[in-house]
Write a protein that binds this ligand. Sequence first.
Ligand code: ATP
Ligand code: MG
Length: 399
Amino acid sequence: MICLNQVILCKYGELVLKGLNRSSFEAVLIRNVRRRLKSLGDFSYSSRQSTLFVEGDDSLCDFGEAMERLKRVFGIAKLCMAVSCEKNLDDIESTVSEYLGESLQLAQSFKVEAKRADKRFYLDSMQLMAELGGRILERYPHLTVDVKSPEVTVVVEIRDNAAYVHGMPVDGAGGIPVGTSGRALLMLSGGIDSPVAGTMMAKRGVIVSAIHFQSPPYTSERAFIKVKKLAAKISEYCGQITLFSVPFTKIQEAIRENCPEELFTIIMRRQMMEISQRLCEAYGFSAIVTGESIGQVASQTMAAMVATDSVCRLPVFRPCIGLDKKEIIDISYKIDTFDISIEPYEDCCTVFTPKHPKTKPTLAEVERAESGFDFEPLIKEALDGITQVTLRPYEEYDF
Ligand code: ATP
Ligand code: MG
């Protein structure tokens, strides 16, 4: 009688290219995984041969949910649920039938893939495939071997410490572990693009905090709740997110009263940038991230971006810059933010929008338009009024 030792194998992606830095990348990945699975049981973690092994007592750990959560951890290219057994053909065969027997019963075709990482094992990969394939055919005579598109793939990995049996691995989130590329501040609206942009930066290892501008009473509490929901949702990929909320009403009213209407939006965006970068400086964030995509709307022409960026001393990253709306929406479905993003609440960008916004503002005319009013006291007041809240993955919020 063999006992099935469940384990999740997480295969590293780009991490394997990291040379000397690799062990620190691995440590960050393990820390992130540990945090994400903490509430699901007492798992243990070890890293060997480009794979993270997540093990635990099957009766105490929720492996199914752990798999789901691990699919959203950056730094993992592929993952699969596996069982370990002794490194001999008899054990491997009975493990295959216990673990994958049901799928083999139901299938018409199968193939075996074998990987021998432990070169001391007495069969090489080809021999192991042939031997095990033969034994499976004897046990399940209705099956045929199909190497091109089998219904079931039986994978056996012979590693140093044990043999592992599993089916086809599924895709992980890819990327590199969050916490290996510095910190940035995401300008998070309630729209479709900015949650996607933040998640794309996290995929490259960046720790993302978020800033949101609110203009009550023009924007409602519901609109802010929506932003918190979005931050909580993307925290499943990004890790916990600190969300800063800026009271922006007075600045918007000052723009309306003191600046030419056709430049409202661009001036408002410059004020947002200014406040964002001061927050970055105060908290040590190295860059600002937005969900802009070139040409999408009047404020996202190249001229408008030049005018916005000129207030900024920090780099502004726009990971959606070259994506079509459709491509951004596809990602938002994938990260499950789409349904929240389309909830119909107003954003401060949509209040006081000019009827005919200038699409090609020059920097000189924007600066001239701003110069009639001293925004500095209002910027200071807005900064003083910032509140913050931390959103954590998989926490129950009653928004
Ligand atoms: P999104 O879907 O992200 O809202 P959008 O196409 O609606 O994008 P805009 O409203 O022009 O675009 O905003 C462009 C970018 O400015 C957003 O992607 C976001 O990064 C930032 N932004 C807009 N409104 C806010 C806000 N209220 N608070 C913080 N950032 C904002
Ligand atoms: Mg928006």
